[in-house]
Ligand binder design. Sequence first.
Ligand code: SF4
Length: 291
Amino acid sequence: MQVEIDSKSGFCFGVVYAIEKAEQELTENATLYCLGDIVHNSVEVKRLQDKGLITIDHEQFKELKNCKVLIRAHGEPPETYKIALQNNITLIDASCPVVLKLQNNIRNGYQEVTKINGQLVIYGKKGHAEVNGLVGQTGNNVTVVENEDDLDKLDYAKPITIYSQTTKSIEGYKKIQSIIKERMQAALGIDDIPFSTNDTICRQVSHRYPAIKEFAAKHDLVLFVSGRKSSNGKVLFKSCTDSNSNSKFITDIDDIKLEWFSSQIKSVGVCGATSTPRWLMEKIAKFIEKI
Ligand code: SF4
């Protein structure tokens, strides 16, 4: 049986940067707090916890004083920086540069659209850490659109500026934009509508969808390794199943079932999300090779 690890799967540069920062700090200090899971992969979180990383939530963060806290790749709203200043917390800011740029663009976009009495829209998952960080740039004066139903909340007679969470699908974003455009044209009765669209989807994720489909199609069995909380993990797994119905979602070796490996299975592909560590995919590949 031949086993192949997808060379394009694994951490994106934003996650690599955050983990490097954490490990670097932990070589100098016994403990380091991290605001939220550093990565949506419990196996990797556990590895870093064993080195001294302590995951905290926002309520626990408010209670801390005189310590160091790591901000993960998803970024944080301005409120977090304010609390850190008040409580003498040193922030180790590992916000992904792509997310920081988007936060900056949203701040500017909000100022511009407010001048013309318009609305700012973010296409993303409500309550997702990155989205919370983006919403915070506008003082919470933004409509988060998760699906078509949420579009009923907008006033189509007013200007609209839209941005997307970095990990949403390009197709989904295009669809939302085209519905808004149609509704604005109908409401305003003109073609040249005051609708500003911004392509803010991270290509580290979107480029993986076609690549993982191609990879999955090459194998008799596909093991997709990811944490269950990972948004891009869910979407990338769907790409695998679209291309190869014999794709299995696993978080670690314990999820592997021996009955998957019948005599017809000659090749197995191991792949994963942007939050899946390579060492975990390698561990799984080695385990399969022994079956
Ligand atoms: S997916 Fe893109 S935006 Fe998100 S952390 Fe990775 S590199 Fe940054």
